[in-house]
Design a binder for this molecule. Structure first.
Ligand code: CDT
Length: 323
């Protein structure tokens, strides 16, 4: 039996600060229905797909921004999305800001979360973002801020995969896509399709020289992750100019060969679709990237034991002949 599924990447254009959840959900429903017409089994929405990218604004009082977070999923405002997806028989992944119930110590936690729902409406799993980029403190020198590290905790749950959509699927979020460990953690669990939503400002204040390379780096890391792990990758943007900040679009679906097989052409709400034959993953998983045969984990210990760079001592520098 073929394990070929049609997958949609539902790119969003900007979400204004004043846009209500109901207005955003109405946009998501349009894309969902387009996906149904295109016979998609699965639609992937971006990171923080229900609100504007609020971590661009500094606050002393996080709780003043609680309205940007979901305390339940589905909640009353997102229920129509879950209902319509189930009615249409389409699964979906969507990123949102999660505010948890108080834990044993009475603390509520804030995560940058993605939830995955199967075609029958069952929740497959949740992923909480591991690599949280940007900064914590007010840095008013920037043209706009990227305060994800103030608004969200780093998740300690790691990268799980799930048997769903006739294959093995996993999730990651935005900055996670730049780290090879993200893909390899899931690759080692046999992942066949990774869903990644992102909000990527074009302007990178610490090194504006990278601005012109944003689109290149976006595809570079996801294409490499796909190829080196023999998996499909679905990368979905919230793009366009949101509250004065221009963000990268360039949503794409990537085959296990590393080739882009569908690419967004706008910076607005746009559905792109590709047929993904999950059986083709083994063309890579069982050949060049046959992990069990070729990997040398006994030589990779720094990867899990060390966080930052430790350079060799200076005295070990080899001498050159022409001193
Ligand atoms: N949302 C997110 O993770 N964005 C980051 C921007 C990094 S610049 C502070 C990204 O890697 O695209």
């Amino acid at each position: 039996m073929s394990r070929s599924i049609t997958v949609g990447a539902a790119q969003l254009g900007p979400i204004a600060k004043h846009e209500s959840r109901a207005e955003v959900v109405a946009r998501l429903l349009v894309l969902l229905r387009q996906a149904a017409e295109a016979r998609c089994a699965l639609v992937v929405f971006p990171e923080l797909a229900l609100t504007t990218f609020f971590p661009r604004w500094y606050t002393d009082d996080l709780s003043a921004h609680d309205h940007y977070y979901e305390t339940e999923m589905p909640g009353p405002e997102t229920q129509p999305l879950f209902d319509e997806a189930k009615r249409l028989g389409i699964g979906f992944a969507i990123g949102y800001a999660e505010l948890t119930e108080p834990d044993e110590a009475g603390v509520r936690h804030r995560f940058n979360t993605t939830i995955l729902v199967e075609r029958d409406g069952a929740v497959v799993g949740k992923y909480r973002k591991v690599h949280i980029p940007g900064h914590e403190a007010d840095e008013p020198w920037r043209p706009f801020q990227h305060l994800e590290r103030r608004y969200f905790e780093e998740s300690n749950e790691g990268f799980s995969v799930h048997r769903a959509f006739d294959g093995i699927v996993g999730m990651a979020t935005c900055n996670d896509r730049r780290w090879p460990e993200t893909y390899r953690e899931m690759g080692l669990q046999g992942v066949e399709l990774i869903m990644i939503g992102y909000n990527t400002p074009i302007h990178y204040a610490p090194d504006p020289g990278q601005n012109a390379l944003q689109a290149f780096h976006n595809h570079l890391c996801m294409q490499a992750g796909a190829y080196q792990n023999g998996t499909f990758v679905v990368g979905v943007a919230k793009g366009g100019t949101e509250e004065g900040v221009e963000s990268l679009a360039q949503s794409c679906i990537i085959a296990p060969s590393g080739q882009i097989i569908a690419l967004a052409t706008t910076t607005a709400d746009e559905l792109i679709v590709a047929r993904c034959d999950l059986d083709t993953c083994k063309n890579f998983k069982e050949t060049l990237f046959d992990f069990a045969r070729y990997r040398r984990p006994e030589l990779y210990q720094r990867i899990t034991s060390q966080k930052g760079v430790i350079e060799p001592p200076l005295e070990e520098q080899p001498t050159t002949g022409d001193q």
